[in-house]
Design a protein around this ligand. Structure first.
Ligand code: FMN
Length: 265
């Protein structure tokens, strides 16, 4: 308990007051128009009273045309900025950090609530009896890939401006980032597919774009699976390698942004 209660300093200097974090849990509590609802904001007010070091929101989508669930919050512009500011304020005075988890569902998006479904490759999601709720995705064009990368940065920046104190890339659970990482769902033959370095390019570019938009002294985290436990899929070794790539990319980006060496991990 002594260690759990001890503060934890992140490489950028942010201090989490203890080592308890609420993991992202999709609340499905956005409004019909994908704004944060009053109830959602209130939930964070209550969770902050539990005194964790960090609260990570349920996944927030970067594109209203690509929803994981019907009541996801979407942040792609300043439309709901006042509500986002209220959400950030839900932890005011508690010293609790509040980070949005940023996501794009890719092919793991219900057909009933999405007009077009995109993925690294036109490989359908197989989920036993639930497979019929998903449809064949369209392979992303180069231009559309860069658009999504930019969107991750935009969402992170808007959330930062609203008062959130860091962010987390959703790189797990079969959503778009992990679809790029897995050779089962990514069968591209261009610079985004094939070798692990190519499959990791998407998440590395997302990191770079977020860093570009939020600046050096801002925490960017990632949730990544240790493996996807699929035959021929994303392995534990590959997962470790992606973490090393990210660390390298972080060092290069921060050095480029001229962060003092003592603040680097
Ligand atoms: C209702 C519910 C919603 C979740 N939504 C998300 C989510 O939006 N993003 C995410 O990365 N994980 C999500 N998760 C997974 C949790 O963050 C966590 O990784 C998972 O529950 C395993 O942790 P546990 O063993 O402590 O439950 C969700 C879990 C639950 C139960």
């Amino acid at each position: 308990m002594k260690h759990i209660a001890a503060p934890f300093t992140l490489p950028n200097g942010s201090v989490l007051k203890n080592r308890i974090a609420k993991s992202a849990m999709s609340e499905n509590f956005g409004t019909r128009h994908h704004a944060p609802s009053k109830g959602l904001i209130h939930a964070y007010r209550v969770w902050a009273k539990g005194n964790p070091g960090l609260l990570i929101t349920g996944n927030i989508m970067v594109d209203s045309m690509a929803l994981g669930e019907a009541r996801n919050v979407v942040v792609e512009d300043y439309k709901d900025f006042e509500l986002l500011k209220q959400w950030a304020k839900s932890v005011e005075g508690t010293g609790v950090h509040l980070w949005p988890q940023i996501n794009h569902p890719g092919r793991q998006a219900f057909a009933a609530i999405n007009r077009e479904i995109v993925a690294p490759s036109a490989v359908p999601l197989k989920m036993g009896g639930a497979s019929k709720m998903f449809k064949m995705p369209t392979a992303l064009t180069e231009e559309a890939i860069w658009d999504i990368i930019k969107r991750f940065g935009t969402t992170a920046r808007i959330m930062k401006e609203a008062g959130f104190t860091g962010c987390q890339i959703h790189g797990a659970h079969g959503y778009l980032v992990s679809q790029f990482l897995s050779p089962n769902s990514n069968i591209r033959t261009d610079q985004w597919g094939g070798s692990l370095a190519n499959r990791a390019r998407f998440v590395l570019e997302i990191y770079r774009e977020i860093r570009r938009q939020v600046g050096a002294a801002y925490p960017i985290g990632i949730k990544i699976n240790s493996a996807d436990f699929q035959r021929g899929g994303f392995t534990e070794e590959a997962s470790m390698e992606v973490v090393r790539f990210l660390e390298m990319k972080a060092l290069i980006s921060l050095k480029f942004l001229e962060v003092p060496m003592k603040n680097l991990p």
